[in-house]
Design a protein around this ligand. Structure first.
Ligand SMILES: [Zn+2]
Length: 405
């Protein structure tokens, strides 16, 4: 039986997705024959309520210098982080004597706002080519992994942090205790650690199983984060739900007993208990729901194929790798995936090897049905393609259930 990464108790996996490639490893023809895979199972620990990947894929395979993800390519996210940064400045009354640290600063999408406001800040970003982009924005960046040693050396060179921030990074890190040891050391007495990640409550409620892929070691909830913070003499003092990435949660953590715990925390934990996030039954019923989506979607795709319809997909997302590989969606069911990201274009989807073509060719392809992998941007995308799709063309979505629009 696997051991919990947080409390070291044994637990059982509740869903087994089988052999999975790296979600973001869009491959050339040569690379296709030599793909790395790992066994993707997810478990729930009854003792500390943490939901986690059972097997950790090789980190070198996921985060390397060719890592394709640059946060700042999305205008929507630019604005999201601007609002995030300003809310932190307001909460902590930050000024030129303050100090902000971001763990996993990516290309500086958040910290650039502190640079503009002349609030001293420091980014930590192990991915060197991404860090370089942040440096070009005038942000000081350390290209190392964050832990207590790094925290001590930051304090020696700078000062303790009034705010430590992180977005879509914590859930990627298996060694959570060394991160929290570092945070405990680096945090000023009245400092706050604020981070956001995809939210377990949304995953369970919407059956958004495609949030589960190699990079997401953990799916956090207020219950599990509150427990983890306690283990390090810290306290969860606020939670704020975000609509980003198909449903995320922003958690605020402070030194124990220093700041008032918001009503939001109490209410959210109540909601989570109602949803059953503290109970293994919720997870086995989630696994059944995923299999129902699989059966319905495959049945639909086979029917459309037999009817001679042209079916393509929209958005070569990381999430889609879980969908295509677990469901067995090959190029015989979906001709190709259209995507706007140049680095993915003219490559093949991980595992199932569906061709990824430039978005510019989408309209001329004249499909009958379009499977929307980027479902978390459904409203924007459907609006953008409204005129094109009006002409007897249909969207297929599958979260929370298979639907044709
Ligand atoms: Zn545990």
């Amino acid at each position: 039986m696997p051991k919990c990464l947080i409390c070291e108790k044994n637990y059982q996996p509740f869903v087994n997705f089988g052999e999975m490639p790296i979600a973001n490893a869009f491959a050339t023809k040569e690379e296709m024959n030599n793909e790395y895979t790992f066994s993707m199972k997810v478990g729930y620990c009854e003792s500390c309520n943490m939901v986690q990947l059972v097997e950790q894929p090789d980190r070198e395979q996921m985060f390397h210098d060719n890592y394709a993800f640059f946060s700042s390519t999305s205008n929507y996210m630019q604005n999201h982080f601007k609002v995030f940064a300003h809310s932190v400045s307001k909460l902590q009354n930050l000024d030129k004597k303050s100090f902000v640290v971001e763990i996993g600063c990516n290309d500086g999408i958040m910290l650039q706002n502190f640079v503009t406001d002349k609030i001293p800040c420091l980014g930590i970003e192990p991915s060197k080519n991404v860090a370089e982009v942040a440096r070009e924005k005038g942000i000081e960046v350390i290209t190392e992994f964050f832990d207590q040693n790094l925290a001590e050396s930051i304090i020696a060179k700078h000062q303790k942090a009034d705010a430590i921030l992180s977005a879509n990074v914590m859930c990627h890190i298996p060694y959570m205790h060394s991160i929290y040891d570092g945070i405990k050391a680096l945090l000023a007495d009245d400092g706050v650690f604020i981070f956001e990640d995809p939210y377990l409550g949304d995953v369970i409620e919407k059956t958004s199983f495609d949030q589960i892929y190699d990079e997401h070691v953990f799916l956090f909830s207020a219950i599990s984060i509150s427990h983890l913070a306690n283990m390090h003499d810290l306290e969860l003092i606020n939670v704020e739900h975000q609509i980003t990435h198909g449903g995320s949660m922003r958690y605020t953590i402070a030194n124990k007993g220093v700041k008032k715990v918001s009503e939001n925390v109490i209410n959210r934990i109540k909601k989570e208990r109602k949803l059953g996030l503290h109970n293994s039954e919720a997870y086995s019923s989630f696994a059944n729901d995923v299999d129902q989506i699989r059966d319905d979607l495959i049945k639909l795709l086979i029917t459309l194929k037999n009817e001679g319809k042209k079916v393509v997909a929209y958005g070569a997302t990381s999430k889609s790798t879980t969908v295509t590989n677990y469901f067995g969606i090959t190029p015989s069911l979906i001709e190709c995936i259209y995507d706007t990201t140049p680095i993915k274009q003219n490559k093949y989807s991980p595992g199932m090897h569906i061709p990824v073509l430039p978005y510019e060719q989408f309209h001329e392809s004249n499909p009958d049905y379009v499977l929307l992998f980027a479902w978390n941007h459904a409203v924007e995308i459907m609006n953008k393609e409204k005129d094109f799709m009006s002409n007897d063309k249909h969207w297929i979505t599958y979260i929370p259930k298979v639907e044709i629009n």
